[in-house]
Design a protein around this ligand. Structure first.
Ligand SMILES: O=C(O)c1ccc(O)c(O)c1
Ligand SMILES: [Mg+2]
Length: 667
């Protein structure tokens, strides 16, 4: 099926948008009126540009406030429509979108609405175009797709059909199951948009917060499959009004959009591998067989899906880009946590440190990270440059990543070194796919100088990585990490942090082997900024957080000091055993409880410019990430940072009021 994108999804001039759409591989576009009005090219030149770029002009839109009005206004509306139909022809578009009226003059009269739509369709046919009629969720009288469908049937004209837009249906809790009975030849256009659940005015929600499929909370697989199974065979067209995408680089947004369609199509055909012959009698099995048959039919209409995700087994390693100064501090802290320097890369200035199954690479050379994110370029100061996902089939995982348009990073490697593919995540982090146990695996690139020592500090593995996301890239990053590894969002939190709201979203695989925490600001940050911009952290799992805390303290690691108020509140809220409370307080350990399941975490101060380590002890039933304490932690990091800058010792009390402010954004 053809893949299309509305120009409203992308930032820039019409020309920017068209080249971005073509660059991402779209087959066509919906041209928005405002984009055309502001464009110096004539409609013919736009048509020519689209043809040169290999883009079909699938639709021109929107034409507003047409139906069910007094006769005099109807005549004027027809004149207006004639101009737009002629324009659509000049653009090479054969379909014009007409959205349901919001005009105060519109009356609640289906017979009148249908008659006027029929007149409109007559006019369209004279111009050689069609009208796709769409119910806006906030239309004056026509708000549901069912009502727009009734009008289309009642008007009964071959040049009049339906435009279904997932947002207008799903935002108000509608569903399209009844579309199965609607004539397929009148299904003219399908617009797809996702959105997060929000409780707000539906127009505002639609105009500001739509997302590409897979980035929000709507069930677009169900929605789209019903429309396709009803016989729709036009393009799948993304129509996303989003304040962030409107200011994001259009080339990247277009790739993000294309990735969302590839993943949606994959989900639409996924059942096709389930064989109907395996079905046992019974209604559930019949339904499953029906779904499988539907998916098989759909599969014939789509390009081949990407190779399936290879289930993640965990983190093979995390690589920290460090400069000589921060490198010393990071290494010292790792050593305090019981890590040993167990290997040296054969050709690069990269050290391998290990404790339990937690492996950390310290890279003092050029960062592996892509040139796009905050971890890239310039002296690292210490940042997460890369991480590697352990999987049984790293080659397939890499093929999936490239099929999902993840940029492959150019890599230099010495003779006989492992051929690892790395792709760049939207935040610039390099992502590798590995099989640690393999004879030709990545460990072979290191000269191993010994096993991790018997130094038991409790650290067993990497629990999760927290990656801060550039403001523009949060939703893109969610989709990227989800789709590459088959992860799903587990938690969404909005934290009232000291320097503004922070979004925090955890994504993980069904077995919770790979946990990623994505953080970003809710609003673009101004000049008032934290002393530690965009901190990232590596959270190590420990089986005894107090043992880890003691080891760190004895060896002089910079443990983050937690304010006493935090523990007083903990006591008030949870009525903890006094012994436990005292231990938490003594060791600067944060605590969270979910039913009987507990989560302990302790942090270091910032090492270098933006990373810190966290040590996490979770009971098996706890799937959180310490969100409750995050604002306290952020303030504590700022306090510690300011104190350090002033050369003061831990516990020296109040922070210099100016320290974090005047040097905001710098270290
Ligand atoms: O917000 C709007 O006005 C608008 C316009 C055209 C559409 O296709 C749509 O879904 C919404
Ligand atoms: Mg629409």
């Amino acid at each position: 099926m053809r893949r299309s994108i509305a120009t409203v999804c992308l930032s820039g001039t019409l020309e920017d948008k068209l080249s971005a759409a073509a660059g991402a591989g779209f087959d066509g576009v919906e041209i928005f009126e405002n984009d055309l009005l502001a464009c110096p090219l004539s409609p013919e030149q736009v048509a020519e540009r689209c043809a040169d770029l290999g883009l079909a002009v699938e639709l021109y839109q929107p034409f507003r406030d047409f139906e069910a009005v007094p006769e005099e206004l109807h005549r004027r509306n027809l004149r207006r429509a004639a101009r737009k139909f002629a324009l659509a022809r000049r653009l090479g578009a054969d379909t014009v979108l007409v959205c349901s009226s919001v005009a105060p003059e519109a009356v609640d009269d289906d017979a009148l609405a249908a008659a006027q739509l029929r007149a409109l369709a007559d006019l369209a046919a004279e111009h050689g175009v069609r009208v796709a009629y769409e119910a806006l969720a906030w239309g004056k009288h026509v708000r549901t797709w069912e009502r727009s469908a009734e009008l289309v049937l009642r008007a009964d004209h071959p040049a009049l059909g339906l435009c279904l837009d997932s947002f207008h249906v799903l935002s108000v809790g509608g569903d399209v199951s009844a579309v199965a009975g609607f004539p397929a030849e009148k299904l003219f256009f399908l617009q797809l948009a996702d959105a997060p659940h929000m409780r707000m005015d539906v127009l505002q929600w639609s105009r500001h917060h739509r997302l590409f499929p897979g980035q929000g909370a709507f069930d677009l697989v169900d929605f789209t499959s019903r429309v396709l199974d009803a016989g729709y065979d036009g393009p799948l067209s993304l129509e996303v009004f989003n304040d962030v995408f409107r200011q994001a680089p259009p080339d990247r947004a277009a790739v993000d959009a294309m990735r969302s369609l590839i993943v949606l199509e994959e989900a639409l055909v996924r059942d096709s591998t389930g064989s109907a012959a395996d079905a046992v009698p019974g209604s559930a099995a019949d339904a499953a067989a029906g779904a499988a048959a539907g998916a098989a039919a759909r599969a014939r209409r789509f390009a081949a899906p990407p190779p399936p995700a290879s289930a993640p087994e965990g983190f093979a390693f995390v690589e920290l880009a460090v400069d000589p100064e921060s490198g010393v501090e990071v290494a010292r802290t790792l050593a305090a946590a019981g890590f040993a320097h167990v290997g040296q890369h054969r050709s690069k200035p990269v050290e391998l440190w290990q404790q339990g199954d937690a492996r950390v690479l310290l890279n003092t050379g050029p960062s592996t990270a892509a040139g796009t994110g905050p971890g890239s370029g310039g002296p690292a100061g210490a940042a997460i440059g890369a991480f590697a996902v352990e999987t049984a089939d790293p080659e397939r995982a890499a093929r999936r990543a490239t099929a999902l348009l993840a940029p492959v990073l150019p890599r230099t490697r010495g003779a006989a070194e492992a051929d690892l593919t790395a792709v760049a995540a939207p935040d610039g982090t390099a992502v590798f796919f590995c099989r640690t146990g393999a004879s030709d695996g990545w460990l072979g690139d290191f000269i191993l100088s010994g096993a991790p020592g018997p130094d038991r500090t409790g650290v067993t593995a990497i629990d999760h990585l927290a990656l801060s996301q550039p403001f523009d890239a949060f939703d893109e990053a969610t989709l990227f990490y989800r789709s590459l590894f088959g992860l799903a969002p587990e938690h969404d939190a909005e934290l009232a942090a000291p320097f503004g709201l922070v979004r925090s979203r955890a994504v993980t695989d069904p077995r919770r082997r790979l946990r990623l925490l994505l953080d970003g600001t809710v609003l673009r940050r101004g000049s008032w900024a934290p002393a530690v911009p965009d901190p990232q952290h590596v959270a190590f799992a420990t089986d005894d957080v107090f043992r880890t805390a003691r080891a760190l303290r004895e060896r002089g690691a910079p443990i983050l000091e937690v304010p006493g108020n935090y523990y007083d509140d903990l006591d008030a809220r949870l009525a903890l055993d006094p012994g436990l409370l005292a231990a938490l307080r003594e060791h600067d350990v944060f605590y969270e409880r979910d039913g009987d399941a507990e989560y302990f975490h302790l942090c270091t101060e910032i090492l270098g410019s933006r990373i810190f380590f966290e040590f996490v002890q979770r009971s098996p039933g706890h799937h959180g990430y310490g969100a409750a304490a995050a604002p306290v932690r952020m303030a504590a990091h700022r306090a510690a940072h300011a104190r350090r800058r002033r050369g003061l010792a831990r516990g020296s009390g109040r922070v210099d009021q100016d320290a974090g402010v005047q040097d905001a954004g710098r270290v």
